[in-house]
Design a protein around this ligand. Structure first.
Ligand code: NAD
Length: 410
């Protein structure tokens, strides 16, 4: 879980370093709006399926609010609020003109048919359409949601409000999506990692041994880009299990296997590894890219990676964060490391509003620039205040959101 207490712990740590006034601190932690709705649908069987949907809008001082929709049984108000506030800080770290939001439905979509999933998504839009919108709140994909689901959201919203491609990002390229959006988070994770390695004397990615937990959108694209740079992927896992190979996994074959089998588990020529054991493998780089709260006070002492990159949102609890820091393991925080997704979502929104399409090279060049500039800003603050990268990233974000809040006035 990446609950709000964990995020606020990191927020307060940075606020203390900045000597933030209690008035501004209170303004920044208080969420703008929390919505909980019934998304009941008729299941294919004719039975009633009752589900609860959430949307939390955390802060809008820097622009419309932005954040993913997650379809997962753990979705609740606390998780949505924690992740929404993380989006406020993330969009500010990479300097996008947005605030933060998050939401989703408490459901295991694997138990639904495609038609049920579509009905559920459309019902959710009917329930929240008046609080989202291109200038208000713009959802995007997250755990267990994808481009098809974004297409249904766009369509349903447009039937109510008229043609509105900019209401949601992460759409299919054939339906006003942006080139480069699907791979953007994984691409950004690898660029972020390269910035940190160059800055902290870690050298090139070639030959580095990596382990990735989670092989969905973020994990699988990160794997591809690491492989392209000659890094050695020695372990990956997903919800069904994991595989490891000391010589390095054949990433293209692994991708084909995962596509066909629906999991990395059982990839021929490898040994099985559990999700828990993967976190303790002796590797250069550990990349949690699944759910939150996986690095805890119980297992942080067992981490043998030299560097940790938070591709997932909130994978490290505050206690684990302290332990890793005390052990001298540099950690690239989620609010910077996985910001590539929301950055290209911003480019998609810009293209939708301007009705002008960018070439993929332009998308990637702009993404690279945002990732480089954000790292340089964070690293400078980290040096000035002698704080870890996470605290530095929060200081940058709080400074930007705080100044906007004060300038707007209460
Ligand atoms: P996804 O649904 O595409 O993939 C999730 C992966 O995690 C799957 O491989 C799944 O099998 C695995 N998983 C689920 N439960 C697990 C468990 N209990 N143990 C191990 N693995 C498990 O989701 P995604 O979009 O790749 O998102 C992954 C993480 O990255 C999330 O924390 C999300 O918030 C974060 N993130 C995503 C984006 C994006 O653009 N998609 C952007 C920023 C951050």
């Amino acid at each position: 879980m990446a609950g709000v207490d964990d995020v606020n712990h990191y927020f307060r740590k940075a606020a203390r370093v900045m000597d933030l006034s209690s008035r501004v601190e209170r303004l920044l932690v208080t969420p703008y709006r929390e919505v909980k709705v019934d998304v009941s649908i008729t299941l294919d069987s004719g039975e009633l399926g009752t589900f609860i949907g959430y949307r939390v809008q955390h802060d809008k001082s820097r622009g419309p609010m932005k954040g993913g929709l997650r379809y997962h049984p753990t979705v609740d108000m606390d998780e949505a609020l924690g992740l929404a506030s993380l989006m406020t800080w993330k969009t500010a770290v990479v300097n996008l003109p947005y605030g933060g939001a998050k939401g989703g439905i408490a459901v295991d979509p694997a138990t639904l048919s495609a038609r049920e999933l579509e009905r559920l998504t459309r019902r959710f839009v009917q329930q929240i359409h008046d609080i989202i919108g291109p200038q208000q709140d713009i959802p995007a994909p997250d755990v267990n949601t994808n481009a098809q689901i974004m297409a249904w959201i766009m369509d349903e919203y447009s039937t109510i409000h008229g043609f509105s491609p900019a209401v949601v990002t992460g759409k299919p390229v054939d339906l006003f999506g942006s080139r480069g959006r699907e791979e953007a988070t994984g691409r950004g994770v690898v660029w972020a990692l390269e910035e940190m390695l160059a800055d902290l004397g870690g050298g090139a990615l070639k030959g580095k041994r990596c382990a990735i937990q989670g092989f969905g959108n973020v994990g699988s694209w990160a794997a591809r880009f690491l492989h392209e740079r000659g890094a050695k992927l020695v372990a990956v896992s997903d919800v069904k299990g994991g595989v490891t190979s000391p010589e390095g996994l054949d990433v293209p074959a692994l991708l084909a296997h995962a596509r066909q089998a629906g999991s990395v588990a059982g990839f021929p020529g490898t040994d099985a590894v559990s999700n828990e054991d993967l976190l303790a493998l002796e590797v250069d780089i550990l990349i949690p890219a699944a759910l939150g709260g996986v690095l805890t006070k119980e297992n942080a002492k067992d981490v043998r990676a030299r560097w940790v990159v938070e591709a997932a949102n909130g994978p490290t609890t505050p206690e684990a964060d302290e332990i890793l820091h005390a052990r001298g393991i540099p950690l690239l925080p989620d609010i910077y490391a996985n910001a590539g997704g929301v950055t290209v979502s911003y480019f998609e929104w810009v293209q939708n509003i301007q009705q002008f399409t960018w070439e993929e090279d332009k998308v990637n060049a702009e993404l690279h620039r945002h990732m480089r500039e954000a790292y340089a800003t964070i690293a400078k603050v980290a040096r000035e205040h002698r704080v870890p990268l996470r605290t530095a990233a929060f200081i940058v974000a709080i400074g930007r959101v705080g100044r906007a809040t004060v300038l707007r006035g209460v």
